[in-house]
Design a protein around this ligand. Structure first.
Ligand code: PMT
Length: 397
């Protein structure tokens, strides 16, 4: 999977830098072309001579070569790379990455990189567990960086705990897995709905819900990362899709979402209905703001919205897969299984507001997936980006 791939190996100043030599050897052996970028303190731990001998390229550390004045373009490097690995990533480098402190070549290259970035933290256990480091790692994760978790064991300080950089074999395996997954949905078209719908009462009020779009957008990014073209029909949210293969169609009401989905579904291989769609809308939208009357309490008559998932379920062909979500507060399993059947879905992802950290608004979710063939898969609480991976892995299986 790594043959011919352009990899930037970023090395920052930690004792685990000695492992990066082995990591570099493995990458070269796997056929990758590797450009090493090392921080000034990284050079205290491992010499550029060793690294350039192994990579067959001069190691980059400074913004320009002092004696020739040659400028090293971090922008060109960022465009050249298919992936960037930062191993070891010290607490300081992680903090700089999270906050854009571009005071060395590794950070400027990171900020310019268009490719996926893998970060392998390595530090003492207390530094790793510190809330500041954890917050910075969470920030990197939220930017779409892949965190290669450190392992537990004896550290350079002789203390025992979590902070050892992942072994080079494991880092290479994760990279290979990433490139392999990039082919999973090649040439497929995936339709995803996300966010809430707004059902207008008058020019200033609507019926809505708490959906932020985080789950649906995480699914869109994951599917795009695996090579698919994505049409994301999105209700009003404040987040943005990043991957160039995602086309966003912005809508407000359930009726608009329905019409777009009906149009897009025949062009799609898979549809994932993650939006929180209002089941009812006001029968009439007032053209002027409804005024507060002295004694009269206005009555808003509601009418049923179309059930988008069920409509797609009716027109689904043999080759198409339709996945729904179920957001429940009680009687979860029975309700989810009922929706699976009633809407003619191939699978339904259940999340319950009874589970802390699951459902609306949070960066995490806890799901179970029920399949039309009777199978069921349960997952622990995870970041929505990880939940998206689990859902796509499960569908592909
Ligand atoms: O956006 P976030 O803040 O990240 O929150 C994520 C989420 C909680 C919104 C998401 O994980 C989720 O559960 N989405 C589905 C919410 C929902 O409307 O569930 P439901 O049980 O009411 O609907 C069942 C299924 O039918 C869903 O796939 C829904 O998209 C679909 N539906 C519902 C009503 C309707 N009129 N048309 C539909 O297509």
């Amino acid at each position: 999977m790594l043959k011919g791939k352009h990899i930037i190996l970023g090395i920052s100043g930690g004792i685990a830098a000695y492992k990066s030599v082995y990591l570099l050897r493995l990458l070269i052996k796997a056929g990758a072309e590797v450009q090493v970028v090392i921080t000034p303190s990284g050079k205290e731990f491992i010499t550029p001579v060793t690294l350039s001998a192994l990579s067959g390229k001069p190691v980059i550390s400074e913004f320009f070569t002092a004696n020739t004045g040659e400028w090293h373009s971090h922008v060109d490097l960022g465009l050249w790379a298919d992936a960037m690995i930062i191993a070891p990533a010290t607490a300081s480098t992680i903090a700089k990455m999270a906050n854009g402190v571009a005071d060395n070549m590794l950070i400027t290259t990171y900020l310019s990189a268009k490719a996926h970035v893998f970060v392998a933290p390595a530090m003492d256990l207390d530094m790793f567990a510190h809330p500041t480091t954890q917050r910075n790692i969470d920030m990197l994760r939220s930017y779409g960086n892949h965190i290669i978790e450190p392992t537990s064991g004896e550290l350079a300080s002789h203390l025992v705990g979590k902070g050892r950089m992942a072994e080079p074999e494991s880092i290479v395996a994760q990279l290979e897995d990433f490139f392999k997954k990039g082919e999973d949905l090649k040439d497929k078209h995936v339709l995803i709905t996300a966010g809430p719908t707004y059902e207008k009462i008058d020019p200033v009020r609507f019926i809505g819900n708490y959906s932020t779009g985080k789950m649906g957008y995480a699914l869109a990014e994951e599917v795009a990362n695996r090579g698919a073209k994505v049409t994301l029909v999105s209700g009003p949210v404040s987040i943005k899709a990043k991957h160039p293969s995602i086309s966003v169609i912005s809508i407000e009401s359930a009726r608009e979402m329905h019409d777009q989905c009906i149009r897009q579904f025949p062009l799609s291989d898979i549809a994932i209905m993650c939006a929180a769609v209002a089941d009812y809308a006001p029968e009439n939208t007032a053209t002027k703001k409804i005024k507060r009357e002295k004694d009269e309490i206005p009555v808003i008559k509601l009418v049923k919205n179309p059930d988008i998932a069920a409509s797609l379920g009716q027109i689904k062909t043999e080759s198409q897969k339709l996945i729904g979500f179920a957001l429940e507060t009680n009687n979860e399993i029975v309700n989810a299984q009922d929706k699976l059947k009633r809407k003619n879905l191939d699978a339904i992802v259940l999340n319950s507001l009874q589970d802390k950290g699951a459902g609306f608004g949070t960066d995490t979710n806890k799901i179970s997936i029920f399949f039309a063939n009777g199978n069921r898969q349960d997952f622990p609480l995870k970041a929505k980006t990880e939940v998206a991976k689990d859902i796509i892995d499960a569908i592909l299986k």
